[in-house]
Design a protein around this ligand. Sequence first.
Ligand SMILES: *Cc1c(COP(=O)(O)O)cnc(C)c1O
Length: 360
Amino acid sequence: MSRVYNFSAGPAVLPEEVLREAAEEMLDYNGTGMSVMEMSHRSSAFQEIIDTAEKDLRELMGIPDNYKVLFLQGGASQQFAMIPMNLMKNRVADYIVTGQWAKKAYQEAQKYGKANKIASSEDKTFSYIPDLTDLPISPDADYVYICENNTIYGTKYKTLPDTKGKPLVADVSSCFLSEPVDVTKYGIIYGGVQKNIGPAGMVIVIIREDLITEDVLPGTPTMLTYKIHADAGSLYNTPNSYCIYVCGKVFKWLKAMGGLEEMKRRNEEKAKILYDFLDSSSLFRGTVVKKDRSLMNVPFVTGDKEMDAKFVKEATQAGFVNLKGHRTVGGMRASIYNAMPREGVEALVAFMKKFEEENA
Ligand SMILES: *Cc1c(COP(=O)(O)O)cnc(C)c1O
């Protein structure tokens, strides 16, 4: 067996220890004589799995008691509709558009009410985070929406916008659990887990209780109502049980690593190795404004499409896979999530140096 260094933006690398444990428990989970995949979601064994996962996540993020944690299906994209359906009481919301995902959320919200684009960085292909001082927040906005880490373009909010008292809703798919957060600053924090936590097919929604109401837009499906899932402890219907189980293992792994402060330290260290190289390289360069650089997704280019393609091909042959940039951007992108070891980034940089010398 040989494992590659996987720089995929998602589904993405998972901690090897977690995969090994899941493999060991595949045929017989904890003396039940069955796999978690085969188990009733109403069984006591599964109830313990989901309860422990929630407890560990609450501990990791310091989630206050007045927030619910929901394990839902439909991925992050389903939230683009679920958020307005549940929160748009005045049918008004403000969106900051910093990339494809924020734009999709903004476009979806227009189906349900007046979605205002209050700031955008589209003028420079989303290579920066717009000025957040004194945003034109709408007086009747039901919420203000951001995508906190822009997976495709590689930018990240280093400070949160002043929403002038409106609930902040943040898509954190690609920076979930990468560093500590102050949950109390948000109305909703949500993310698809396939970027930085677990397998594909689930979204975790952390939502302040006062935003969970029966007063949703007319026609909102039962399955898209936060209250239904909150009241049922994420077990209204059959959840993605295996995904919850693997995420639970990742939470345990993060705790054993030292929690989110330690992850932040490691992630900063890893990102610095790559960014320092990009800043000194004569062949490669980063594509976004330095102060807004993501710790998780690092896009870079040579400036020559053929050279980019040659690099991706040779890197793949050398065991550095999924480095091709997003189809809308081109170039390269290295996603260096929590589970990417420092050695993976160091090896990549050594390979890039060698490639640079050979192609000088
Ligand atoms: C990947 C991604 C999404 C979409 O996730 P799905 O689970 O595929 O719907 C949304 N937002 C961000 C920031 C992402 O990185």
